[in-house]
Ligand binder design. Structure first.
Ligand code: NAP
Length: 458
């Protein structure tokens, strides 16, 4: 009866995880998907708690209490702009848990492990260990605790590959001769070091891709834990996590027109700024807030293009307010959303949904690009790289080939940013020097709030 209940709760949890993932594929159903996945996790925990092999609940309840308090505190206090580093920290916790379970299982069964169990266990510890330190370093880079630029040195890739080969070599030896405890701990130690070396040469700009890749490793480590513990829900959830993380990394790379190997080994962000820094672009034309307010008030179509600056300024409510004022005057308002605008997938969708921007007004890159020639004003709110025409026009550019929002085809372009700051890639943006473009300097939220009042008076 007990086993029947466990299997049933695991089955329900697995179904809910799959439905949750399906829900998260669309902004309109994402919230429901999240709730389904949360409920699935609850079912998995309840099923595990009634397991007959549990001899004492003391440590389990302590862990549940500590984890719940930390999770709740993070949920309440971590701001939206810090979501990428918060996710990195969660990956580190999950991967460390997988590595510790593997280490304790090895300790418990030393010398008495069959080849299949040892393969799963070694895989779990290796991936768990490197994901732990890799995610912690990603967190530190994104939080600004360590320098975000790539740290490179001569022969780095060869050294890293040699270290990985040594770690995998020990793993293979242990599958054949599982009893050597010192070698097992050497393998775990090397994997912990490899995680740091893997992330060190990657710039903060590429961290979202790295994180979803590490997420995928953590998922595969959990799936391996499921094999070791004969736990079906861990195998299913780990595999779902592993492959969805991998697919997400590939999709992000595609949206930037870069390969995974370029992200992992390209040290993007250091050389880019150096190759582009000296180019003479001309002068930027500064415009006044009142002039732009009149342009917007008498436009028939306005497209807002949000980017990372919208997130840092937390300007989503202000843009929504401006859109409402414009719509009341009969202006058609749309939002152009680039797949990698911001610092994490879906960043702009989440922010705009928080401000209740109707989903029907959000247009993907392919949908909005043909609309720019008929757009009166394209308002760029803290976006830079995703509207950089060099990606389209300059084959020598480090971001050549990256699909962009072609705002320079609009009749007029207004760029809201604080100053002459570069985008994440560190490249200059020729859009800012085009005759069609006007620069409106200041914090995006502040500018948009003042713009609402100015449009009302126009
Ligand atoms: P971006 O290129 O990073 O540019 C952001 C701009 O916002 C900066 O030029 C900055 O200029 C401005 N800004 C910052 N704070 C502001 C504020 N408070 N008010 C007004 N403006 C502000 O942003 P993006 O166009 O969204 O491009 C995203 C970049 O991240 C791309 O290079 C993309 O490849 C990369 N990336 C994204 C993901 C993802 O999943 N989304 C993943 C990997 C990489 P000032 O300093 O002058 O204000």
């Amino acid at each position: 009866m007990q086993n029947y209940f466990i299997e049933l709760s695991y089955l329900l949890a697995s179904i809910l995880f799959i439905l949750g993932l399906k829900g998260m594929t669309h902004p309109e159903t994402a919230k429901r998907g999240m709730h389904l996945a949360e409920f699935g996790m609850l079912m998995a925990i309840i099923g595990t708690l009634v397991h007959h092999e549990i001899v004492s609940y003391t440590w389990i309840i302590t862990g549940l209490a500590v984890g719940s308090v930390v999770g709740l505190a993070m949920g309440f206090w971590v701001p939206m702009t810090a979501m990428p580093q918060r996710t990195a920290l969660s990956h580190a916790f999950g991967a460390f848990a997988a590595a510790l379970v593997g280490i304790s299982e090895y300790y418990r069964h030393t010398g008495h492990l069959d080849k299949i169990t040892m393969s799963a266990l070694g895989f779990e510890v290796m991936l768990g260990a490197l994901t732990t330190t890799g995610s912690l370093l990603a967190f530190a880079k994104l939080q600004g605790l360590v320098r975000g630029t790539p740290v490179t040195y001569k022969g780095q890739n060869i050294f890293n590959m040699a270290l990985l080969a040594a770690t995998v070599g020990i793993f293979i030896y242990l599958v054949v001769v599982p009893g050597s405890m010192p070698l097992f701990f050497t393998m775990a130690g090397l994997a912990f070091v490899f995680g740091i070396l893997l992330v060190m040469p990657i710039g903060a700009a590429d961290m979202p891709v790295v994180m979803s890749l590490l997420n995928s490793y953590a998922g595969l480590a959990s799936a391996a834990t499921g094999f070791v513990l004969s736990n079906k829900v861990l195998i299913i959830a780990g595999t779902l996590d592993g492959f969805s993380g991998f697919i997400l990394s590939v999709l992000m790379c595609r949206a930037m027109n870069r390969s995974i190997t370029n992200v992992l080994f390209g040290a993007f962000g250091s050389a880019a700024a150096a190759t582009d820094g000296g180019r003479e672009q001309g002068v930027m034309r500064e415009v006044g807030l009142e002039d732009i307010a009149v342009q917007l008030a008498y436009a028939s179509k306005v497209v807002f293009v949000p980017g990372y600056g919208l997130a840092t300024a937390q300007a989503q409510h202000a843009v929504r307010e401006l859109a409402s004022v414009l719509e009341k005057r009969g202006v058609t308002v749309k939002y152009g959303i680039h797949p990698v605008a911001g610092r994490m997938p879906g960043h702009m969708n989440v922010l705009l949904a928080e401000a209740n921007v109707p989903y029907s007004q959000l247009y993907e890159l392919e949908q909005i690009n043909p609309e720019f020639p008929s757009t009166d004003v394209a308002v760029i709110i803290g976006a830079n790289d995703v509207v950089n025409p060099d990606a389209r026009d300059n084959p020598q550019s480090p971001i050549a080939g990256m699909p962009i929002l072609e705002v320079d085809h609009a009749k007029s372009v207004v760029v809201l940013k604080r100053g002459q700051g570069k985008g994440f890639s560190g490249l200059e943006n020729p859009l800012f020097f085009k005759p069609v473009t006007g620069m409106l300097y200041g914090d995006a939220k502040d500018t948009l709030t003042r713009m609402v009042a100015a449009v009302q008076q126009a």
